[in-house]
Design a protein around this ligand. Sequence first.
Ligand SMILES: Nc1nc2c(c(=O)[nH]1)N[C@H]1C(S)=C(S)[C@@H](COP(=O)(O)O)O[C@H]1N2
Ligand SMILES: [Mo]
Length: 544
Amino acid sequence: MKDEEKDQRVRPGWPRLGLGALSGVLAAFASLAVAELVAAGVRPQSGPVVAVGGAAIDATPAAVKDWAIRHFGTDDKLVLRLGILVVLTVLALALGALAVLDRRIGAAGVLLFGAIGAAAAVSRPDSAGPADALPSVVGALAGALLLLYGLVGRLTTVRPPASSASDSATGATEDGLSAPTGWDRRGFVLAAASAAAASAAVGAVGRSLNASRGRDAIASRAKVTLPSPGSPAQPVPEWAGLRIPGISPFVTPNPDFYRVDTALVVPQVDAAAWRLRIHGKGVQRPGTYSFDDLLRRELIERDITLTCVSNEVGGRYVGNARWIGVRLADLLAECGVKPPSRGGPADQLVSRSVDGMTIGSPVEDVMDGRDAMLALGMNGEPLPFDHGFPVRMIIPGLYGFVSACKWIKDIELTTFDAYDPYWTKRGWARKAPIKTASRIDTPKPFARPDAGTVIIAGVAWSQHRGIDKVEVRIDDGPWQEAGLAAEDTRDTWRQWSLPWQAAKGVHTLTVRATDRTGTVQTDERTRTIPDGASGWHSVVVTVG
Ligand SMILES: Nc1nc2c(c(=O)[nH]1)N[C@H]1C(S)=C(S)[C@@H](COP(=O)(O)O)O[C@H]1N2
Ligand SMILES: [Mo]
C-alpha cells in the first residue's frame, strides 16, 4: 500500500490510466447488458454481439469459414462469440485509458461502437428494420454515460473554481496529494462495484427475457403430432446395420446429427404463425401454406443421407435420418410449376429461411421423380430447432448448401442466370451433386490393435446413385472387396466391413467406393471449395 502510494506520487498518471482501462471494460459490459435487455424487447437477433457476429460470418472469406467449420466444428459460433468479446475487451481497455486523458475521445469511441453494432443489426438480411438499431444505440448511450460520468469522471481532476472549495474532489486530501489533482477513490470503487453488479443483473434479466421469447415456438413444437405417412418408408433391411463396434450406426440419432449453418442464434419459429410462400417465374398459381396445410397433405417418409460440402475426406459432416414431409414436386406442380425439360421458364428454385439464408437448387432435380421434400419430421419427431423446425427442405443427392434450407419460409422460382444465392456469392458452386465417398470408422487413426483378426469397417455414400462396391487396400497391397451391408435405398449410405489378418507393424488402410453408375471414387484430392472434397480416406495404425 505504501509503495503504491509513493508510486502514485511519482507517476500520478499510471494508476489512473489503469483504472480508466478498467472503467472502459465495465462500461463495455454495461453496454452489452443494456443492449441485451433492449434486444429482448426488439428481437434477440438484434443485439450487437449477434449482429456483428452474423456480419462477420457473412463477410468471412469462404476459405476461412471452411477452415473454421473444420477446426471448431459446431463450436465455431462459440469461438466467434468469444473472439468478439476478447476484441471488445481489448478495445475497451484502450478506450477507457484514453478517456482519462480526453473524455471526448472516450465518448466518441463508445458511440462509434454503438454505431457499428447498429449498422450491423439493421443491415442483417433478416433485419426487422430500424428498430434493430435500438439495442446497440441504447446500450452505447448507457455505456458512454457510465464511463464518462460514473467512472472516469471520478478519476479525472475536477479543478475547483477558486471561489468554491466545496465541490473539490475529496480523494486528494485523504491521499495527502496536493490539491487540486485529487480524485474520489471511495466514490470510484463504489461506482465500479455497483456498475458491475448492475450490469450482471441487467444482463441476466435480458438473457432470461430473450430465452422466454422462444416459449411460443417451444410450445408449438410440443403440440405437433406427426400423422402416419401415407407413403411410409420401406422397412430398413435387417442387415443394413452391421453389429460392429465403432461403426457409424445406420440411422444417426438426432442429438448426434451434424449441424452446419450460419445462425448465431438458432431461430425459434412458432409453427402456428409460420407461413411458406411459393412464387416467382412460371408459378401460375402462387400460394401460401401454413404448417397445418402441410400436415393435412399426404406425407412421405424416406431415409435420406445428408452431407455437407464442407465435409473433408474422412470427415463427420454426414448423417442419415428418416425424414417425414410433403413431396415438393407435387406442391410445385399444384402451383403450376414445370421443370425446364417440360418447358418451364425457371431452372433454379431459391429457398429463403427466416434467418436470411438463401439456397439454390435445380428445379429439374427437384421434379425428376426423386424424393425431394419439405421435411416436417426427423427420426420420428418434429424437426429439432437446430435442424430447421418447423420445416426444412431435403433433396436426395445434393449437398446441403444447395438443397437443405432450414427454417424455410419462402420458395422463389427463378433462373441460375438471374440470381446467385448465399454460398454461390461466396465462391461455392452453383450446382453440387454429392460426390461418391467412403470413410473408415474403425480402426481409428493411430489405433494400436493387437495382431490377429482386425475388423476394418465404415460407411460409403453416393446419394441417388447408390453404392455398388467398396474396396480396401492394406499398404500398397491389392484392392480387396469389402462385405457390404444390405442397401436400404440408393439415397442412403451403406455400411461395409472387411476382416483383416493384421501383422505387427505400422500399416496404412485405404478405402474407395464404386457407385452404381460404375464410377470408381477418384483418388484425386480436391479441397471442399467449390463443390466438395474428393480423394480416398486412409488411416494409419500400429499393430502390436
Ligand atoms: N437456414 C439455413 N439453412 C441451412 C444452412 C444455413 O446456414 N442456414 N446450411 C446448409 C448446409 S451448408 C447444410 S450442410 C445443411 C446442414 O443441415 P443440418 O445442420 O441439419 O445437418 O443445412 C443447410 N441449410
Ligand atoms: Mo453444408
